[in-house]
Ligand binder design. Structure first.
Ligand code: ADP
Ligand code: MG
Length: 343
């Protein structure tokens, strides 16, 4: 068993600025395992950014092009459990022999080995043996090698022998492409404005993006309806509130609108009337304070304004906070209502 999952490949891994180096290094390793200077190849980045997908794609590619090669994918949790099992059964020899035969070793989530001295020592020997024999080692971690703690120096220094490449949060265009790819795989159609709404609203990681699509599909089939903007909004509101009880953009817009006696639609309106401009700027200011949205995404949630308008709004509010006591009191009152009143 190689524990590779054939659903992960390079074709369904969307390339973007966020993952370009990691992906191309991965492709180079897939084409010439053990031969490039990318040995080990270490991919790092936060949860849900595609580390497992990419290393699985490398493994699958190698296996497809050379069936004789022994490619092994293993999570470090599993590796640790196998190690403990071998110690308990007095079967270290069998354990080592198995790993020393591998041609391409993919170790996922290496940070799991932090503080596990005996397991690390065992991995150190496997690493040395394989590397010397020109075998390829591929690893992932949730942070850069510099930030790893609880590792022996000699092992850490080996992590830096080859290439480390990071995976970052996907930008808007990449998120849109990922959603489209996913929909295509599921054979589902969706309007571009719905896709854009989702991409603008979920900018944390790809796993969350996929979660939204899955629950949208479930909602749509349950209620026998199409996935339209309205359904997307309600689904995302539920999910976002679920994941994060903090203030979200819908709550901000609602509270600010209520306070100033305007409607949420007014906040998104193109109108430049003074009585709408200030509430809109306040809501934008809070969106920047409370959400992780980029300036571009904040603009999107306020009727498609560009990022310079968003910057201007935030500056105006900051200026008024300094000079206008009543205004400051109003802003503080709205702020309080986020937490104290039920949404
Ligand atoms: P990690 O291992 O970094 O936590 P995963 O590789 O498990 O993340 O990715 C989470 C989900 O997002 C998977 O279903 C994966 O297929 C998908 N995914 C991540 N990045 C991409 C990408 N660039 N293109 C397509 N799907 C992606
Ligand atoms: Mg993973």
């Amino acid at each position: 068993a190689s524990y590779l999952n054939p659903i992960y490949n390079f074709d369904n891994f969307i390339e973007g600025d966020c993952n370009r180096l990691a992906r191309s290094a991965g492709m180079a390793v897939a084409q010439k395992p053990g031969i490039t200077s990318f040995n080990p190849l270490l991919l790092y980045g936060g949860v849900g950014l595609g580390k497992t997908h990419l290393v699985q794609a490398i493994g699958n590619y190698i296996k497809q092009h050379d069936v004789g090669r022994f490619v092994l994918y293993v999570s470090c949790e599993k590796f640790t459990n196998q190690f403990i099992e071998a110690v308990r059964n007095n079967n270290m020899q069998g354990f080592m022999n198995f790993y020393l035969q591998v041609d391409v070793l993919v170790l996922d989530d290496v940070q799991f080995l932090s503080g596990k001295e005996k397991t690390q020592e065992c991995f150190f020997h496997i690493f040395n043996h394989l590397h010397q024999a020109g075998k390829q080692i591929i690893m992932t971690t949730d942070r850069s090698p510099r930030e790893l703690v609880g590792f022996e120096d000699r092992l850490l220094s080996r992590f830096k022998w080859g290439l480390s490449a990071d995976l970052q949060q996907p930008d808007l265009e990449t998120r849109i492409a990922i959603i489209q790819k996913k929909l295509q795989a599921e054979g589902i159609a969706m309007d571009i404005d719905v896709i854009e709404y989702i991409a603008h609203s979920i900018d944390t990681n790809v796993r969350e993006l996929e979660g939204v699509i899955v629950s949208l599909m479930a909602q749509a089939s349950l209620n026998r309806r199409e996935i339209d903007l309205d359904l997307a909004k309600r689904t995302i509101q539920n999910i976002v509130q679920h994941v994060d009880k903090e203030v979200n953009i819908e709550v901000i817009q609602k509270r600010v609108a209520e306070h100033f006696g305007v409607t949420v639609d007014d906040l998104k309106d193109k109108s430049r009337k003074k009585e709408l401009v200030v509430p809109r700027q306040v809501a934008i200011y809070f969106a920047k304070e409370y959400t992780d949205f980029s300036l571009k995404s904040i603009g999107y949630h306020f009727g498609g304004r560009d990022h310079s308008t968003v910057i201007h709004a935030i500056q105006s509010v900051n200026d008024m906070l300094k000079t206008d006591k009543d205004f400051k009191a109003a802003v503080q009152e709205i702020q309080k209502s986020f937490k104290t009143r039920p949404n």
